[in-house]
Design a protein around this ligand. Structure first.
Ligand code: RIB
Length: 298
């Protein structure tokens, strides 16, 4: 069984479905409201667990009702919570999400996630040392992300850095990641380039291999000097929230089969994930993913 450690955020997603996005200052009547588990770290952990990996999550929730619900949800997915801290006098992370017009807008309040420190990562060292891959995103403090990348590299465990939400990262430790998985905008921000710079050129300039996501268009990865395109799968879209997280979770699970195969599996898993509401709602099991690939021609 593939062993994955995820270091990252855990949020309660407060989701509003609306007929369109409101303009600044406008009040709009929405269609539906729901509270579902989310957070990029938790989502990637769930994506990997549903695909059959043994997953441990290094993260933090608050000592509040959301914290308990989030913990229960992760436990029900079979995720190892031995490295999940519950922080006193702190709230759990939340994300206010508006889903409209086939897209979403998200405001995250990190709360407990902002208090996940390099010490928590260091405590997880034995767990990380046994992993086949580590996944980390940027909804926790940058020093914690850096500590994760450096520790994985020191232990010889490949680290996949999903640089979302985007910020600039020093090249010296970015170079220690096995893969970085931005979208086009995140890649430009990560490298301090202009948003409209050619992404293929930027992929060559990055100090570590890039697997670049392009939404419905699929993904690009680099093999030798060439940038190779993995087309996306055509599917009906209900909610794109968490599609990137599903992609990353799947990429980590299938990385042992090579980047080309892993990127294809990740695109297929992400396509399935957008068919249901909520970040984790549509994440496929391995059986669902295999059935989908069989229907899509192998
Ligand atoms: O990537 C989607 C996630 O971003 C949501 O679940 C939300 O919690 C934010 O972290």
């Amino acid at each position: 069984m593939v062993r994955i450690v995820v270091v990252g955020s855990i949020n309660m997603d407060l989701v509003t479905l609306a007929p369109r996005f409101p303009a600044p200052g406008e009040t709009l009547l929405g269609n539906r409201f729901l509270t579902v588990p989310g957070g990029k770290g938790a989502n990637q952990a769930v994506a990997a667990a549903r695909l059959g990996a043994e997953v441990a999550l290094v993260g933090a929730v608050g000592a509040d009702a959301f914290g308990q619900q989030l913990r229960d949800g992760l436990r029900s997915e079979g995720i190892d919570l031995g490295q999940l801290a519950t922080l006193e006098h702190e709230g759990s992370g939340t994300a206010s999400i508006t889903v409209a017009e086939g897209d979403n807008q998200i405001v995250v309040v990190p709360a407990a996630n902002a208090r996940l420190t390099p010490t928590h990562v260091e405590r997880a060292r034995p767990c990380i040392a046994r992993a086949d891959a580590v996944l980390v995103q940027m909804e926790v403090p940058l020093e914690t992300v850096e500590a994760t990348v450096r520790l994985g590299h020191r232990l010889g465990v490949p680290v996949i850095l999903n640089p979302a939400p985007a910020q600039r990262v020093p090249r010296d430790w970015l170079a220690l990641a096995r893969y970085v998985t931005p979208n086009q905008h995140e890649l430009a921000t990560l490298l301090g380039a202009a948003p409209d710079d050619d992404f293929r050129a930027l992929m060559q300039q990055a100090p570590c291999p890039v697997v670049l996501t392009r939404g419905a268009e699929g993904a690009w990865y680099r093999e030798d000097a060439a940038a190779i395109h993995q087309p996306g799968f055509e599917v009906p879209v209900v909610d794109t929230t968490g599609a990137g997280d599903t992609f990353n979770g799947a990429l980590a699970v299938f990385l042992g089969e090579g980047v080309a195969a892993a990127t294809r599996m990740a695109c297929a898993a992400a396509a399935l994930s957008v068919g249901k509401l909520g970040a984790q709602g549509g994440m496929p099991t391995r059986r669902e993913l295999e059935a989908f690939l069989a229907r899509s021609g192998g």
